[in-house]
Write a protein that binds this ligand. Sequence first.
Ligand SMILES: [Zn+2]
Length: 102
Amino acid sequence: MKMPKEVNRYCPKCKKKTKQKVIQVKSHKTRATLKKGQRRHERRSGISGYGGYPRPKPEKSKKWGVKLTKKLDLRYKCSECGKMTIRKQGFRVKKLEMVGAK
Ligand SMILES: [Zn+2]
């Protein structure tokens, strides 16, 4: 998917439409937020670590409950006041390209 580097968007601070830079934020680490039960399930089903036991390690594409794409976290930075606004919902794409302004 192609994404423009700059978009005209409403800025709540300027109270008008301004040019805003699109910033892609790297997703946070999930390890610390994983629940104990989730970790146990991973261990028992052989998803994590080397060779899977008791079941063979599944292929990446066949891994149960594992999505191949990641949700993007996009933010917009106003060029006039510098306020950052967050895109309401992330969306899933395999590849994101930043394209120069039209
Ligand atoms: Zn602004």
